[in-house]
Design a protein around this ligand. Sequence first.
Ligand SMILES: Cc1cc2nc3c(=O)[nH]c(=O)nc-3n(C[C@H](O)[C@H](O)[C@H](O)COP(=O)(O)OP(=O)(O)OC[C@H]3O[C@@H](n4cnc5c(N)ncnc54)[C@H](O)[C@@H]3O)c2cc1C
Length: 382
Amino acid sequence: MAKVLVLGGGTAGLIAARYLKAEADRLKLDVDVTMVTASERHYMPPLFMEVALGSAEAHETWAPIKNAEKVYGFRVDIDRVTKIDLDNRQVKTEGGKVYDYDYLFLGLGVKYAWDKYKGLAEHGYHNYTLEGALELRKALYGFKGKRIVIYAPEVPYRCGIYPYEMGLALRAYFEAKGLNDVEIKVVHPGDGPARSLGPTVSRFFEKEFEKAGVEFIHHDGHERITEGKLVTKNLELDYDLLIKVPPIAIPDVMAFMADSQDPRWAKVKGPDFRYPGYDDVYVVSEASMPPLGLLTAGVPLHNAAVVSATSILHQVHGGYPIAEFVPTMCLGVGYHTGFTANCEYRWTGSKYERTCYLLFKSPLIKEMKASFYRGWLDSLRL
Ligand SMILES: Cc1cc2nc3c(=O)[nH]c(=O)nc-3n(C[C@H](O)[C@H](O)[C@H](O)COP(=O)(O)OP(=O)(O)OC[C@H]3O[C@@H](n4cnc5c(N)ncnc54)[C@H](O)[C@@H]3O)c2cc1C
């Protein structure tokens, strides 16, 4: 029997485990798929933004990952991984268990490195966790000031379009409350909004910003945040409410897998996300996407998890085709409309090259996005 151990029960882990189990059953392969994940909750993090804006409740943002046992048929153990020993193919947990494996899929997400920049941990609000979103919701609801700054100290962070969607959603939020004089600024290291998604998506956001009166401001690097003030190398901005985007980094338990060139990321080998030197180990998280030229968001992660799962099946069941990194379609929300965009990828031998472009705009996108997230979680509700 081939033992596949999936660490992490987020988007990446769920997709990989689900795919592996379904294909192993279909092909009648003797494969055991076990997931070990620290939280009982499988979150859909984009819904944290809705929580902050009051259009979703906390309980709507997650579903019990243990239900995957009944729905998809693989085993789920709730436990925190404390040690990963690649040479001995062993994983140890807080609960004192030791798992051995033939194939290891690492889907442990990322760490939020709030301490990386002066003042970032102490000041401002965010909706990158459910707890953060609930605090931001209170702050927004009671907001009496004039100046809101949405601040990304560095790129890439989780979900490249988040600050733009948030800026535009906030304009609509305040308008609905009759507050039309709130200044909303997105302060970002890029030259313009959503540059990584190509010129047509970037133009979409530029136009939406113009319509909504949201300002994009480029910054040259972080200096400090104090109460009411953000200072970067080229700016000093006063704010009444700061919404911050966390820098991301490789999780602590995987720190030994960090790339020496940029220790935020895991060492990884394309095209199928293997850890160099260990053909039985796959690393699929936003900490392994940037070194391969990929974007840090759930949609490309979905693809990465499928590619890795097929690569594992290829090893278990010779001849099983390894999936290509197929085009990914993302949905983004603007001011009173939204867009879908497509990214196409080409493996160059060391990295993926991508071409992204806007497909169409529609006010329905917001509803589509909201129902996709809810439908995803509903699939785990019994
Ligand atoms: C506000 C916001 C908006 C977003 N919007 C979009 C969007 O519009 N489109 C899009 O594509 N993406 C979006 N994203 C990004 C998307 O949510 C993430 O890319 C995706 O959730 C990452 O999935 P993951 O499985 O890699 O990590 P996670 O979902 O973080 O899962 C990691 C899992 O590992 C577990 N874990 C961690 N450490 C341990 C340990 N030591 N032992 C055991 N288990 C452990 C955790 O419990 C968790 O289950 C958004 C994210 C945020 C925060």
